[in-house]
Design a protein around this ligand. Structure first.
Ligand code: SF4
Ligand code: FES
Length: 383
């Protein structure tokens, strides 16, 4: 820590950020119905230039950040990705690329490897091309993703796959894991869709029922046993939707605690969803990252526990889960200081219970999902 008087320290927050997520662009060739980008992504026009991103990386590293993710949108849309990866590595970051695989080919994988990229994570939508196409809006993407997953592994990277689960693909988890096995995956994140951004808009069409969830967890457990029997090292991580918890997650390890996102236009956020909160976030085009992290009002607003309402304020668990997720609290209650309704102690927990009940009987077909699209985004921009 420098000798400046940091409000973060006064509030008892941890020191420097450890994680930097660089959302290089909101542009993407896919239109996933659960995209976590803001609904009004089309309002973001002027992306940071290569030089501006390099400055962001240098500032974050100088502050002590060690891990960095390149994401989007689709980060491969940026032709300067390799240059940014090389710079991040030169600065000493551990680098991770979070991608759909579209925009990748063997020469580009080689260029990223030469740039020093440490890790690549490719997302899959389903085991079935038709479901994948219906959820991502592209009939060709599935085959391309499979080919790129294989190419990434052939280039010497571990194959790390992320499959977003929801009510239209979770019943096929057996086939999904079998596909990952056949591809030669080293690790698979079976991540149930969390309800932010476009996923929140499509919640009724995405949230699985409890029975679906329990069946999928049981299938995953059987797969783990079989993999051990075969001596096959493929790690399966099953991520339950927040909506089926009784306690919330300590989102981002706490607001402004270890995690920092820089959005395509340079807005600096404590998490990738915070942009929809009713507050204005600082921008690297106007201020240095250190001043933003330590001294800006948005980064300090939910640090510590002074901002908490009852029941969090006097709850013994408040330092464990920091009252849950500010974005989820706002999306569900309209008040970002509320207890995350996921918590069974929250006075708003009935909202979560109502969503679970709705999921028991929901009949909305996959074709009725609203895919992420520019037209709708422009409508949200005007709201
Ligand atoms: Fe966590 Fe607040 Fe629930 Fe206590 S009341 S468990 S602090 S979310
Ligand atoms: Fe924003 Fe949890 S996603 S605080």
């Amino acid at each position: 820590m420098t000798d400046r008087t940091h409000t973060a320290a006064i509030n008892g927050a941890t020191g420097a950020p450890l994680w930097l997520l660089a959302e290089l662009t909101y542009r993407c060739p896919l239109q996933c119905a659960y995209c976590s980008n803001p609904l009004d992504f089309a309002a973001v026009q002027e992306e940071l230039t290569t030089a501006e991103w390099i400055d962001v990386l240098s500032q974050a590293r100088a502050m002590g950040a060690v891990q960095m993710g390149f994401s989007g949108g689709e980060p491969l849309v940026r032709r300067d990705l390799e240059e940014l990866v090389a710079e991040a590595r030169r600065l000493g970051f551990y680098t991770n690329l979070i991608t759909s695989g579209l925009g990748l080919d063997e020469p580009r994988i080689e260029a990223l490897r030469e740039a020093g990229l440490d890790h690549i994570q490719i997302s899959l939508q389903a085991s079935d091309p038709d479901v994948a196409a219906a959820v991502a809006g592209s009939p060709k993407a599935h085959a391309k993703k499979l080919a790129m997953a294989r190419a990434v592994k052939a280039a010497g990277y571990p194959m790390v796959l992320n499959v977003v689960l929801h009510r239209h693909n979770i019943d096929r988890i057996d086939e999904i894991i079998a596909l990952c096995d056949e591809l030669g995956a080293d690790a698979v994140e079976l991540a149930n869709c969390q309800m932010y951004g476009w996923a929140h808009l499509n919640r009724e069409g995405l949230l699985p029922s409890r029975a679906q969830l329990e069946a999928a967890e049981a299938t995953t457990a059987r797969w783990r046993e079989r993999l051990v029997e075969r001596g096959r090292d493929m790690r399966l991580l099953f991520v339950v939707p927040d909506y089926y918890g009784e306690r919330p997650k300590a989102c981002m390890g706490g607001w402004g605690s270890i995690f920092m996102t820089v959005a395509p236009d340079g807005a600096v956020l404590p998490c990738h969803s915070a942009r929809m909160l009713p507050m204005s976030f600082p921008n690297v085009r106007d201020q240095g990252l250190e001043a933003i992290w330590y001294d800006s009002e948005p980064f300090n607003r939910y640090r510590g526990d002074a901002w908490m309402q009852a029941p969090c304020r006097s709850c013994e668990e408040r330092h464990k889960d920091v009252g849950g997720c500010r974005c989820q609290a706002y999306l569900l209650t309209g008040d970002a200081t509320a207890t995350d309704p996921v918590c069974s102690l929250s006075p708003d927990h009935h909202l979560i219970e109502a969503a679970r009940r709705e999921a028991e009987t929901a009949t909305r077909p996959i074709a009725a999902l609203t895919l992420r699209n520019v037209h709708e985004s422009r409508v949200f921009c005007r709201q």
